[in-house]
Ligand binder design. Structure first.
Ligand code: CA
Ligand code: CA
Ligand code: CA
Length: 246
């Protein structure tokens, strides 16, 4: 093709390309928002979401963004709360077969039945966020993620409290379990300088996710759709918005 023909072809292609782009923009689902309410009473971190305070919190149900994953789609409900001391997360997982092998801090818990919380406490930047991947045995894998590629697992959260409660048997594959739940408290000190503990109206960014079932039936469910074909939750520009309220 001569350069003149290419230029002519481009002049036809360009408007269609722009149209496609505009359609893609219009269809992009908005980022989900969640009101993190102030806990009016004490939360006991025992893995059971039976504390009075949890009744105040709105419920997020994770979605299944990846059509190529054909394993069992088991539901997960997540709640968040805060108070002067900490951010609280409660995950409630339906699960017919609870499995988790890893038992030590920073082991690859993402290979187990695991729930994940990614927190960006400084939404003016998208370079760095804190990742927490917690399995059904209440084992924490925490790290700083930088640029979506460099994962610093020597980063350790201070004084967090974490517990799970299993409604079923762990790693006993022949029976039918009901599910498991997880409670987490993260003291605000972990984010201080440059971030301070939130005041009402402050917004942070976050993703919530869960890996479930055993290979090759692994299924990833999430809060905010990552708009990617590959099953990875590490898409910080698609993190949802947390709004702290009274
Ligand atoms: Ca509790
Ligand atoms: Ca760590
Ligand atoms: Ca499972």
């Amino acid at each position: 093709m001569t350069s003149r023909k290419i230029a002519a072809a481009r002049s036809h292609i360009l408007p269609f390309f722009l149209l496609g782009f505009a359609v893609a923009q219009a269809q992009e689902p908005p980022l989900p928002r969640y009101e993190v309410k102030y806990a009016k009473s004490r939360i006991e971190i025992d893995g059971k979401l039976e504390d009075k305070a949890w009744e105040q919190a709105g419920v997020i149900e994770l979605i299944f963004p990846f059509e190529q994953q054909t394993g069992r789609k088991q539901k997960t409900r997540v709640r968040l709360l805060w108070d002067d001391n900490a951010l609280y997360a409660g995950f409630d997982c339906d699960d017919e077969d609870i499995t988790a092998q890893h038992v030590s801090r920073d082991a690859p818990t993402y290979q187990d039945d695991v729930v994940e919380l990614f927190l960006n406490p400084l939404p003016s930047q998208r370079l760095v966020y804190v990742g927490m991947e917690m399995n059904a045995r209440a084992v924490m894998y925490d790290y700083l993620m930088v640029s979506g590629t460099a994962l610093f697992k020597q980063f350790d959260l201070k004084d967090f409290r974490l517990a799970t409660f299993l409604r079923g048997t762990l790693n006993a594959r022949g029976d039918k379990d009901e599910g498991w739940s997880l409670e987490l408290a993260i003291p605000w000190e972990n984010f201080e300088r440059p971030v301070t503990r939130p005041k009402p109206g402050v917004e942070w960014r976050a993703q919530l996710s869960r890996w479930d079932n055993v290979n090759p039936e692994r299924v990833l469910s999430m809060w905010s759709h990552p708009l990617r074909r590959s099953a990875s939750p590490h898409v910080p520009e698609r993190f949802g918005i947390l709004v702290f309220t009274e």
